[in-house]
Ligand binder design. Sequence first.
Ligand code: OXD
Ligand code: MN
Length: 644
Amino acid sequence: MRILICRYAGEVNKIAKGLAHPNVGLFTHIRGACVVSGNLQTLSPKVRKFIEDNVAICQPDEIHICDGSEKENKQLLCLLQKKGTIMPLTKYENCWLARTNPADTARVESKTLICTEHERDAVPIPKPGIKGTLGHWISPAGMDKAMQERFGNCMKGSTMYVIPFSMGPIQSPLAKIGIQITDSAYVVCSMRIMTRMGQAVLEKLGNNDFVKCLHAVGRPKNGKVEYPHWPCDPERTIILHKPLTQEIVSYGSGYGGNSLLGKKCFALRIGSTIARSEGWLAEHMLILGITNPQGKKRYIAGAFPSQCGKTNLAMLTPTIPGYKAECVGDDIAWMRFDKNGVLRAINPENGFFGVAPGTNHTSNPIAMKTIHKNTIFTNVASTSDGGVYWEGLEHEIDTSKLEVTDWKGNKWVRGESKTTAAHPNSRFCTPANQCPMIDPEWESPEGVPISAILFGGRRPHGIPLIYEARDWKHAVAMGAAIRSQATSAAEFKGTAVMHDPFAMRPFFGYNCGHYIKHWLSMDKPGRKLPKVFHVNWFGRDKNNKFLWPGFGENSRLIDYIMRRIDGEDIAQESPIGLLPKEGSINLEGLATKPDMKALFEIDVPFWLQEVDSIHQYFEEQIGDDLPKEMYDQLVEIKKKLRKL
Ligand code: OXD
Ligand code: MN
């Protein structure tokens, strides 16, 4: 007999008897499915219809309308424990470890599609013979077919959860509401961390429209469920977005951006289409508040491709005396110019879904203080004392005295095992309000004012530590030209440098060329455009050693940016943009002085090649949809380089 030691012992009985019928005022059935929690009668007709339509297709046994309460969360965590999906991490407070099916560990970009009538509305048309890399299109008929092939009866024997959620603080005029249907309790518990979720959202929604999100973990066609604790259907996984009807449909994966639909699917892909039509920006950006030694506070947003240290920068511990950093968000920013022409940003999320490997007390001490309660870890390794382990914690956790179990559940020994202990895309999912440096304004309904935007990537060679855009068009070209080494957050292997315009390549909800045009259109009279910088703290020397210490020392660049915002004359012209004047980056207190010459060298042959590669990429991938201004910018840079 299996004995369940549930974290919430008092709940077990209630669950055993009652998860079937814990809550409710009014019991109802929809097409044979029993409403086991929540009251269908109190839902708006639009929400009810959305549920009813999908019950008819998915045929769940039960329906659970989530209220977002602590009690509900505990019940679901117990249920997940009982099913073997999660296990408690007894070293910490209310922390859990999930291990996925090893075939379901990352976003699947190749199976992520945007559905529009005309292909060109969704993706630019690449040059003949070239494979497009800026998203994938599907026709409305194709989407219908894909759904028909997958969703019929897909929840038979399961519970359908209905998650009302808000992206952004519920009372913010910038927030948007979605309803996610899912058959995964793990998704419910994760969405409760990552979004504002539950009854309060339904009250705010009233009878208004919402973004419709349908998710099912799926079942393999051959009926073989290899990992019963983590059902999924990797072969037929598909993530569909229909901007016209504001619909998201996800089948086959239970993990990350594939299943937590508020994040990449809503806040970025559907979000970017809403932003275009309403005149604002939905961006893959962190938001950071900085107070300088004089007490002046500014906010900075930053777009970096996945796994370039966005979470680390968002939780910066400044090393320069007198500076204070505070975190508003680590992944997504919704930004809109207010009536005074100030760009204001909200973080639409409520939690951090951060990459675990590499996170430690040196790289991100703040994250380490955030994640040891109320956190769901996925695909990290565990230790025999009830803790977690991953690559990067070698100097903090002495594994010689502990037994380590890797992310697949196998015994793992440091120095002996040939594989990594944690999956490279293993994550912590943790509430933002636990972050010790969360900004007091992080839930401000009107958003925080943005004074500067950073673009960056992981570039080992040729790209200076920091340079500044001359004007808005140059800034837009800088964003469009972002390149970075591949990430394990998606299905890619290796470290090839990939183009990733605005760090949005996997997240555009519409044609990237039109998106760039939208960015150009932000430059309107009366608006205070933020200053824009490109940063690269990943430069390496001939021995492959990092040229810049990074992490907290990046505050030295933030200091430079703050002084530029204040109009200090510390920048000078170069062909690629404004570079810091010699001596203008504060290096005081650094034990080893970085090689500033190498960090700021403009290698003309490298840059001519870089500009050519970007030009070629624009032509091949975006073609006629690319605003002419972008080519003009490249021509201008080339002209200046040739004069050097
Ligand atoms: C993420 C990503 O998960 O960008 O944030 O991949
Ligand atoms: Mn991201």
